[in-house]
Design a protein around this ligand. Sequence first.
Ligand code: LMR
Length: 397
Amino acid sequence: MFDHLNSLPADPILGLLATYRADENPNKIDLGVGVYKDEAGHTPVLQAVKQAETRLLQSEETKAYVGPAGTPGFNTAMQELVLGAGHPALVANRVRSAQTPGGCGALRVLAEFADRAKKGATIWVSDPTWANHVPLLGNAGLEIKSYPYYDRATSSLQFDAMVETLKNVGEGDLVLFHACCHNPCGADLTREQWHVLVEMAQKQGFTPFIDMAYQGFGDSLGDDAYGVRLMAESVPELLVAASCSKNFGLYRERVGMAMVVYNDAAAADKGQSQMLNVVRGNYSMPPNHGGAIVESILTDASLKANWEAELTEMRERINSLRSGVVESLAAAGAPGDFSFIQRQKGMFSFLGITPEQVQKLQQDYSIYMVDSSRISIAGLSQSNMEYFCQSVAEVLG
Ligand code: LMR
């Protein structure tokens, strides 16, 4: 039965990790997968997470099933983190959600949910977008089309072209936006641009679908949620996939939330029954441990303060690496203007070099990045910065 199956190439992002791990060069640098690293190259468990886990181990009394939505405490705390406590959509009882296995689980559940509402609905995604959006949304039945987003020639957002394409998108179509820290390009929408998109959604009737995988990695927890919060109070319906992988450092625990803002409370109750049915038919219910950690942090003032301080530290380190790499590339004599890296947000930027140059950096210098030249900034450090910048200068020179 399975003999005829062909083998597939490794995933373009996760596959890099295996090649990197097998590389014996002591100078190797991993700028591939989007995982935060500290100066020593480690991805530490946050202190707030450790404290929450210690408490959970002592207080947990049962491992009995929770249910397809996860716990109410997790959902309430996460809705408030994303929308802000007292948000008009929460007050109007228009919001429902489910804890999911990571942001990927949220994207998949929401895509299947949308497909139930309109079979084979079209979803517009940015060009470029995160590579895994395509299988996550497409395999659920949605038809994928793209709108222009990032201009590689100027290394910046091409908002006019984006608007030009989206102005023909109407009711029954979904449009996927990145809430902040765009993956892969790091070029984010300004507040004014969010307002333009909100007006378009109101006028044309398309349904916004926001992927929020990096809340807190751009400017702050609140600033990074500006677009989501604005959309949630301005449009009748909205889908949001939130991830706790990066901001809580819970990558392997798989914690996220699939959230829907509905027209009214009655539609919300009906819609939630469909969403929970999608969950039950996929994986029955989410794993509990990671969600319990998030709930415990968000519902305890002192743990929350510790977590926010750690999140700020991660964000500030990435931002200082962004300025550092711009300066060091110039000092190493790398041809071109890389100042856009400093203006961009979050874990990623495109270096803007060719796939052949990316290959050369990997083969000759053991520097690993995705073929598109996306670099995960947190993989840089004071100790590898010079080697990285000199290598880039040599390859480009
Ligand atoms: C990335 O883009 O590197 C991360 O979102 C991790 C992943 O699963 O691809």
